[in-house]
Design a binder for this molecule. Sequence first.
Ligand SMILES: C=C(O[C@H]1C=CC=C(C(=O)O)[C@@H]1O)C(=O)O
Length: 412
Amino acid sequence: MTAEAVDTSSPDVSDPTAVVDDCELFLASPTATLVARDVIAQDNTMPLAEAARRGTGLLTESAWDLTARERACGGPLLVGAAPFDPGAPTRLTVARDIHWGPPLVRANYAAATAVPRAVRVDLVPWPARYMAGVERAVARIAGLSQHKVVLSRAIDVITAEPTRVRDVVRSLLSGEPDAYVFAVPVGTVRAGARRVLVGASPELVIRRIGRSVLSNPLAGSAPRSADPVEDRRRAWTLQHSSKDLLEHRIVVDAVTQALRPFCAALDVPDRPSVIRTSRMWHLSTKVRGVLADPLPNALELAAALHPTPAVCGWPTAVARQVIAESETFDRQYYTGLTGWMNESGDGEWVLALRCAELADTQLRLYAGAGVVSGSDPASELAETTAKFHTFLAAIGLEDAVATTSSAEVVRR
Ligand SMILES: C=C(O[C@H]1C=CC=C(C(=O)O)[C@@H]1O)C(=O)O
């Protein structure tokens, strides 16, 4: 038998960001770059737990259709997005044309200059109403030291011309050296235009490679300052803030509890470290584990963890109820998961944070903050404002939107 000669080089993708507008997943992580294109199969009906059970089966069924070259390049790959609500359908795609590359040199990318002009900006809800929601949540959990609720808000932007996903992705890459920069289609609007979730997430929910798992919960945050002395002071204060350490501990405990049944060994540092994005300081813990048999796949692990208290709260049922009562919009894919899984069950799923949904001339940006007993509504509002700035900067609207004012919101 003669072995088939296989060209194992990835398909020609010299700049992966060039194909972002028509791919099924773009994910630039600190360790690799992934572009997945060319749909073989799609399913938009299964909640996350069912998708996790059937995910590897979907891949195996699709594998027959692939050429040797496609297989050698990493296909087939399951990619997609799961919404915040784990009971709502997950959007899964099996893609055949896979490009894996090294981490992108982000200094090679520049902030987009030709960004479409905003013709309308709306804050959802008005800041005063957001703060009232925080106040009610604080009253609800007053004195309950293990309770937490993440409350979010949105900004709707209408632009004069459609926003190109690749421009936003390049801007995010240039501004966020360490983030998971992602773009994933989540549906279509009239005339077939794609709805795409685009963002620069700092948070890894799960990476499974063989028996090794890593989860990197973040919780407890402070906005960065342009003054380096003040910036360091804020990082120090965050690391010593009992409110933020509690908020963080709640998330780490929940992640540990969810992973423990799957692991033969689990390493959980006693104290968080502090990490930075361009706009925020975050408390961060890297939870590492070695999986026991039978090996769960990456989506099964993601389903066991989602939604963590980093995006929902604790206890989960109470937090979900407060979110449903307080938030004035449906989060859809914001605070959900996006990522990939291969036939062996390896994969990587990140939280959809610091993101927006783009559809033609419409954008909806999202940001949230963790509320615990004793949280101050004005500080939580300021935290969400700082988080919005990651994306506002990427679309050139940082100076144009007064995110905390309930007066005129577009400064022309
Ligand atoms: C909900 C968001 O952030 C979460 C992730 C990191 C830190 C958070 C915090 O400190 O509140 C949030 O839990 C968001 O960015 O919209």
